[in-house]
Design a protein around this ligand. Structure first.
Ligand SMILES: [Zn+2]
Length: 130
């Protein structure tokens, strides 16, 4: 003899209302956990951004001495050592990896940064820059 409609897996003592309440409670706990996790992520990211801002403000461009914050950029001295961009490290990586990446960089203003990279790309950059 086979059952066409097997019994539901739920406890018959529990009413529809009590199951709904249990689901709501579970959802609320889950939601609180997600909110707490997000809050922690944004707090950590903010702290990493503060480190980067302070680094730029303190040092300025290492070639021309430019101090205006919006035009300062991180330049990897040895491109082969570059693992991440600093922006990526702020977004996704921990403070330790960010500091390690910053240690491979010098701070340059946008103009000096472009000039540095043009030296790498263009073989006759010396002619263009003189
Ligand atoms: Zn500069």
């Amino acid at each position: 003899m086979t059952k066409k409609n097997p019994e539901p897996m739920t406890d018959p003592k529990k009413t529809k209302k009590s199951r709904k309440r249990a689901k709501q409670k579970c959802y609320k706990l889950f939601r609180e956990r997600v909110i707490a996790k997000n809050r922690q992520y944004y707090e950590n990211r903010k702290n990493r951004a503060i480190v980067v801002v302070n680094e730029k403000k303190e040092k300025g461009c290492s070639i021309c001495g430019e101090k205006r914050f919006p035009c300062l950029q991180f330049h990897h001295v040895n491109p082969k050592e570059k693992k991440y961009t600093i922006g990526y490290a702020i977004e996704r990586l921990g403070m330790e990896k960010l500091n390690k990446e910053i240690s491979k960089c010098v701070i340059l203003c946008a103009n000096c940064h472009f000039i540095e990279h043009s030296k790498e790309r263009t073989p006759n950059a010396k002619i263009m820059l003189s």
